[in-house]
Design a protein around this ligand. Structure first.
Ligand code: SF4
Ligand code: SF4
Length: 97
């Protein structure tokens, strides 16, 4: 089953997921959470399209078009000393990521 969202380009193919949980560990916004047979896409709108989950998924169960949002978020977080775990955008710009 394909889950895709209009807010961003994140796509999760749960039938491919082997429940390794890597995506839950690398995602800075907690978009994926542990599930029984596969991870759950619990906060899709929080995705900032950094691409970490897709790069690290061993079975290509995640697809996302990495944009500039992550770079801005990381730069903003570094400059402002903010935590990347927050749901709010780290760069302070509305709608940035
Ligand atoms: S692309 Fe980045 S922010 Fe989006 S779900 Fe994957 S790791 Fe999380
Ligand atoms: S990294 Fe891929 S295989 Fe592993 S839990 Fe996440 S979606 Fe499933």
């Amino acid at each position: 089953m394909l889950n895709s969202y209009i807010e961003n380009t994140l796509q999760f193919y749960q039938e491919k997921c082997i429940n390794c949980l890597i995506c839950t560990q690398v995602c800075p916004h907690g978009v994926f959470t542990e599930g029984k047979e596969h991870v759950e896409l619990t906060k899709p709108s929080a995705c900032m399209e950094c691409g970490a989950c897709a790069v690290n998924c061993p079975v290509e169960a995640i697809d996302v078009q990495s944009g500039v949002g992550c770079a801005w978020a990381m730069i903003g977080a570094a400059l402002k000393g903010k935590d990347m775990d927050s749901d709010a955008c780290c760069c302070g710009e509305d709608g940035c990521c």
